[in-house]
Design a protein around this ligand. Structure first.
Ligand code: MG
Ligand code: ZN
Length: 226
């Protein structure tokens, strides 16, 4: 039993080393990178699609999609105007830094400003595997229920921003926004939160501003290190 623990630690530290390499690669190319995580059906791809449609004429966007099978989501990102790469994990329920590294070899990073990684739909292990992106985003949605921060604390604790999607469904489902937000606040005090609907477009502009401000900030931070 006890021999399992060191093995897991070894795998994770190997992953962290590769994540750092990915991070340096993004920085060398001047690319800001975000990792989008959520349960299946929360609206990761819809958020990415709306982001590409809204910002695609101002910045150059690459998208890397991780799914167990199919390329449906990469196809949607590509149709919206991004350069999209598909990773099929063949059963793995999360992306890791090795998978991202091989996907990055297929992208001309020098020609991009933003890379959006869509992780495999799962509220457990994606939080355990660093990829080397600059910000981790969690997309939650109203129909999933207001208890999710309490049930999946690991996911809510580690992220830089929480997007609460499908706000247009609030009148139709029982969802206590205060209860939900208190859960987030306890686990991750002061974390950035966005209430929006990818379907109606309500609330999207605040999210888009945050993305743009962070791309700008990342560029400035890099210049200041020279
Ligand atoms: Mg998707
Ligand atoms: Zn997994």
């Amino acid at each position: 039993m006890t021999t399992r623990i060191p093995i897991v630690e070894k795998i994770l530290s190997a992953n962290d080393r590769l994540a750092l390499e990915n991070n340096l690669k993004f920085d060398a190319a001047g690319v800001f990178a975000i990792n989008i995580m959520a349960s299946p059906g929360a609206g990761k791809t819809s958020l990415i699609e709306q982001t590409i449609k809204a910002l695609g004429n101002r910045i150059r966007i690459g998208m890397i999609n991780g799914d167990i099978a199919t390329s449906f989501d990469a196809d949607r990102a590509s149709a919206a105007g991004a350069i999209a790469i598909q990773i099929n994990t063949g059963g793995d329920c999360h992306l890791d830094a090795v998978m991202l590294q091989s996907a990055l070899q297929q992208l001309e990073l020098d020609k991009l400003d933003l890379v959006i990684v869509e992780n495999v739909g799962n509220l457990v292990c994606p939080a355990e595997f660093k990829l080397g992106t600059h910000k981790n985003i969690l997309v939650a949605s109203i129909p999933e229920g207001d208890d999710k921060p309490y049930k999946y604390p690991g996911m809510y604790r580690g992220v830089d921003a929480v997007v609460i999607n499908k706000m247009d469904l609030l009148p139709y489902v029982s969802f206590r926004t205060d209860f939900f937000k208190n859960g987030i606040e306890t686990l991750n005090p002061g974390v950035e939160q966005f209430e929006l609907s990818c379907k109606t477009g309500e609330g999207l502009s605040k999210w888009l501003d945050w993305v743009l401000v962070n791309i700008e900030k990342h560029g400035q931070d890099q210049k200041s290190t020279y």
